[in-house]
Design a protein around this ligand. Structure first.
Ligand code: P6P
Length: 355
């Protein structure tokens, strides 16, 4: 709201002889176009666009938002609270669990586990999905997530993130593994929270990509940008070139071309941070097949699929091998796929070398 204040001696003297020394003339012009919009308000507005919406979905995003604030607090004071370092166990991926992996996983489980609209929860940190409700017990949605992606970077202060994917539940499917193994095109919504220099919440439903920033003083994620669009091109690639010698030849040929054509390399080793930079400034992110990970390292259901959903809803492209990432049909919860995503022109250029 903009209020235009102007003061001059004459006007007040005409209206009120008791205070002739100062005159204030207010001309107030309200500007409602820039109202504060919280994540809660945004999802309620989205819900209002769907007359048959029951509000279940809104509750899920609200629960994720609550968990994200808790995780952000834990990440930002990890050293003070002794939460840095390894938990002392390995997860189903065979990776050393960080203490904050477990803390973040518990925070999301606690916040989502009480939502009646959730049937199944699947986490990178858990061997099997958690079934909360079966068949007639209700639960319209499945929520899959990587609670703290890039957590091995925590002790060096690098941005880490939570990635989530929301799928519809099919109560007729008795097996949770089968229920969650859906192609990314079936997602109802996807998003991530980046715990970086600020806490950023990126969400996409069926109408574009919205970016929110946590205002720690009021404890709300506030809308910063709606209908976010990824730049169509930018000469930046993001890949771990240390493995380049074991990439399929097409990727090696692309990198050789990029080295000769003015490209910059930007790689943090934390997918949410790397892809967020590309969403905002353009470029291409890739994790090709390697000798160590012949299928690629990144997991489909809670890393590649939700991030691809966001990139594509922002006007970019995402491929896993020869097919669009969102068309891949996973067979296992923790299945890995190659990842290539980013600006339309940049992904197209890489794919020219992969043919
Ligand atoms: P590398 C983090 O461990 C992660 O899962 C992603 O966030 C990141 O993109 C990738 O692995 C980094 O893997 O092999 O380059 O260290």
């Amino acid at each position: 709201m903009a209020v235009l204040w102007s003061a001059s001696v004459k006007t007040l003297a005409r209206h009120d002889s008791r205070t002739p020394d100062v005159e204030i003339r207010m001309t107030t012009r309200h500007d409602f176009s820039e109202n504060l919009m919280s994540l809660q308000s945004h999802i309620l507005l989205e819900e209002a666009k769907h007359p048959r919406a029951s509000g279940d979905f809104t509750w899920i995003v609200s629960a994720i938002s609550l968990a994200a604030k808790s995780i952000a607090n834990q990440v930002r004071r990890a050293r003070l609270s002794g939460s840095i370092g390894q938990f002392g166990e390995t997860n189903v991926q065979g990776e050393e669990q960080q203490k904050l992996d477990v803390i973040a996983n518990e925070a999301i489980m606690r916040c989502l586990g009480t939502r009646a609209s959730v049937a199944v929860l699947a986490s990178e940190e858990d061997d099997e999905p958690t079934i909360l409700r079966k068949g007639s017990e209700g639960g319209k949605y499945c929520v899959l997530f990587d609670p703290l992606d890039g957590s091995s970077n925590l002790d060096t202060g690098v941005g880490v993130g939570t990635i989530f994917s929301i799928l519809r539940n099919d109560p007729n499917i008795p097996d949770a593994q089968t229920t969650v193994c859906q192609p990314g095109s079936k997602q109802v919504a996807a998003g991530y929270i980046l715990y970086g220099s600020s806490t950023i919440f990126v969400l996409t439903t069926d109408s574009g990509v919205a970016l929110f920033e946590l205002d720690p003083y009021i404890g709300s994620f506030l809308l910063v940008k709606d209908n976010l669009r990824i730049p169509t091109a930018n000469k930046v690639y993001s890949v771990n070139e240390a493995y380049a010698s074991s990439f399929p030849q097409g990727y090696q040929n692309y990198l050789a071309w990029a080295h000769q054509n003015g490209y910059s390399s930007r790689y943090i080793g934390s997918m949410v941070a790397d892809v967020h930079r590309i969403l905002l400034t353009g470029g291409v992110f890739m994790y090709p097949p390697t000798k160590k990970n012949p299928e690629g390292k990144l997991r489909y259901l809670y890393e590649a699929s939700p991030m691809a959903f966001i990139i594509e809803r922002a006007g970019g492209l995402a491929y896993s091998g020869a097919i669009p990432t969102l068309e891949h049909l996973p067979q296992r919860v923790h299945e890995r796929v190659p990842v290539l995503m980013g600006s339309r022109d940049e992904v197209t250029k890489v794919r020219e070398f992969l043919r």
